[in-house]
Design a protein. Structure first.
Lengths: 216, 216, 216, 216
């Protein structure tokens, strides 16, 4: 199984029936493909609607119905459209149960950096700062390293998106939870070891006594 | 007096140096006819307030590429490499604003509020130069209202009294910008008779709209 | 002509074509009956709509279409309904050209008291405080005295509705304008004299050099 | 799980001492069936947040007359003499709030804002105990967000996923209160199938609604 698929699939297992979820651009978007059967997850698109559906068939794109990345999507039965202030009221007001985002860096305190690399890449924060602060649960879906270098750090060096807001990190190597008592490795992928994870993780983490195997 | 005017008449309010708000999410909801008119008119040194600069040949992106923007407030510029290049070369003065904060600042500008407190951006570069306040152990930034001289908006259906209805995800920043500028010009995708939009479903009341231009 | 009619008629003459006006409960409501021909005045009702129309014929009342006093009204073609935050955004945001209100007391500084008499009458301010602060022009439509006692004072003694916001006072005896340079008597009713007005006015006022006769 | 429940099931969330928001303008937009249910249930010591207390036998007025309210936040109580009487006798603790400020405080409570600055109430008793700030020579009061444990709202059309559409002037405080309570119960004047309300014209997205009761 592809790394990205593994991550997306694991994230999707975390949702509960009825959850309202915002998926970021890129790998987080894949999560929608793995929502477990029997569970209804309501996708919020921060450009202004809930109950986002899948990508339309070719030729059936509607330029008025696009996601936060400007790409054509569809809406499901029971959808509702609204304006941007309402959309971010939903986000900041705690009405989104979980947001899934990518990361450039994250640290053991739950600090997240995912919106700029000074002097190099300044795309802007878009809605990420509001999402990370407002969603009840912040889940990072990310590859464990960038070109072999750790992305899960003791302390982020890039400009932050938000402070101490990350709750969970899912990588191809495992699942971490960040708690006031420290960062825990809760699950480990079947094809790795704690030692291997330690080698590519700068952050200090505690291995859960009941460490589980991350299912594919 | 009819609010329906020619493109030329409407755009006479946008001069070199005018502060302009233009809605749209990667082009969706952007008034393309008005933007094309601005490109044609080639007014310079605009102060533009928008959520993203789309792509080089889409919507707001055209104004960037054509070198008409001196100052920019936006939440995301990553999809238009020209914006980043011109920012790095000192040609455009860019201020990046979290998208929810941007929507709320514009709403505040239109609603006569002197500012508001948001948790978004606390602990990030966004807090620089801003007053911080804490209540019940939670920190907030004091954000100020935003207004413009001219707002160029885009309605799916517009009646001759200026009542506007937006389709799907095109609503985004339109409703807020319509309240927060001295002159509001709406591009009507479809110009309809008064009464064709149910008064209950009007999304921007005509009292906010000064001029209507039939879009192409 | 009845006193209330005279006042209402004079207030109505002050409007310009296209003005958005909010009329308070009581005498101000009468103003709607005297809008000059050829002038379109858009009435805003703070409970959530614009383009309020006249009282419906008996038997045609709709309990969903009521004014700020809870009484049945109608809406005109081109009306738009909205929620309370939007309605007060319109009011506070300076989108209402004039508000016409009654007064318990007003003073020469433009301070207004019209929402409570401590220990006696505490109806609440409703939307009055927002209206007085937000409307571009605040016009009082009031009887000159209450049981012979002055209501236009040097300084209000009752709890204020707002500070220094009143622009114009219309009574059965005349029309006053409050300016930074003092309170001016601009018009005088045909059936009174400056002396008589002075007798029942505690406030100091300047008689306009070009004092006009208030037309019935 | 269906959101449609019986009146009894819905009202189990309102107990003695619960903080409840109820919309309506002199009864228009008030959920009459839910209010009658509360009168029948006779829960006591409620903290009620509403814009007015209507008339003694209308809407919210019934809860006042029945002695169920201990604490009241409202903008206007003048049309229900019982509210004033009980306030003067110390039976109800009444806080009067300008209507625009009340709407905005509820909106802020639902949108995750820590407060906002309004010019309304400056120089009046409303400013007592509040922080004042001045910008560009204009003074503002810092007003705090408001939330409740339960909001009882009323939709004209409600679909089974909880999407709500309000007719005419019944919208008023409904949309804001629906965002600002832990439990939101909507009384459906008409309960419709999902899809009968155009996703564009949904005024309260179903994600805000926990329970639906069919109104009478």
């Amino acid at each position: 199984m592809d790394i990205r698929e593994r991550i997306a699939k694991r994230v999707a297992k975390d949702f509960e029936d009825g959850d309202i979820v915002n998926l970021g651009i890129g790998m987080p978007t894949l999560v929608a493909n793995y929502i477990p059967e029997g569970i209804e997850v309501i996708l919020q698109s921060e450009n202004g609607f809930v109950r986002m559906g899948p990508v339309p068939e070719e030729g059936k794109e509607d330029p008025d119905v696009v996601n936060a990345g400007g790409l054509p999507v569809t809406v499901l039965e029971g959808a509702a459209y609204f304006d941007s202030a309402t959309s971010f009221g939903i986000i900041r007001g705690g009405h989104v149960d979980a947001t899934v985002l990518g990361a450039l860096q994250v640290d053991q305190e739950g600090n997240l950096a995912n919106w700029m690399i000074p002097g190099k890449l300044v795309p802007g924060m878009g809605g990420a700062m509001d999402l990370v602060v407002g969603a009840k649960k912040v889940i990072l879906a990310m590859e464990h390293t960038a070109k072999g270098k750790p992305k899960i750090l003791k302390s982020c060096s890039l400009p932050l998106t938000a402070k101490k807001e990350v709750d969970m990190i899912v990588t191809e190597m495992g699942v971490f939870e960040i708690t006031p008592g420290g960062m825990y490795l809760r699950e480990i992928a079947p094809d790795t070891t704690v030692e291997k994870i330690q080698e590519v993780t700068e952050a200090e983490f505690i291995v859960d006594e009941n460490l589980k195997v991350m299912e594919d | 007096m009819s609010k329906v005017v020619s493109l030329e008449e409407a755009l006479k309010f946008v001069k070199d140096g005018t502060t302009v708000m233009i809605p749209g999410f990667m082009g969706a909801g952007t008034p393309e006819t008005l933007v094309d008119g601005l490109v044609e008119k080639n007014v310079k040194d605009l102060f533009l307030i928008c959520t993203d600069t789309a792509r080089p040949n889409v919507g707001i992106g055209k104004l960037i590429v054509n070198g008409q923007i001196k100052k920019l407030y936006a939440s995301h510029i990553g999809t238009n490499p020209e914006t980043g290049r011109m920012m790095n070369e000192g040609l455009i003065d860019v201020t990046l604003i979290p998208q929810g904060t941007l929507a709320e600042r514009i709403r505040a500008g239109g609603a006569g509020l002197g500012g508001f407190l948001t948790p978004t951006g606390v602990g990030t570069v966004v807090e620089e130069g801003k007053q911080k306040m804490a209540f019940d152990g939670k920190e907030y930034l004091l954000e100020m209202p935003l207004r413009a001289e001219v707002a160029l908006i885009r309605g799916t259906k517009v009646d001759k009294k200026g009542n506007v209805w937006y389709n799907a995800a095109t609503r985004n920043f339109n409703t807020h910008m319509a309240t927060a500028a001295d002159i509001v010009i709406v591009e009507a995708r479809e110009l309809v008779e008064v009464g064709e939009i149910d008064p209950n479903n009007v999304m921007t009341p005509g009292i906010f709209v000064d001029y209507i231009v039939k879009g192409e």
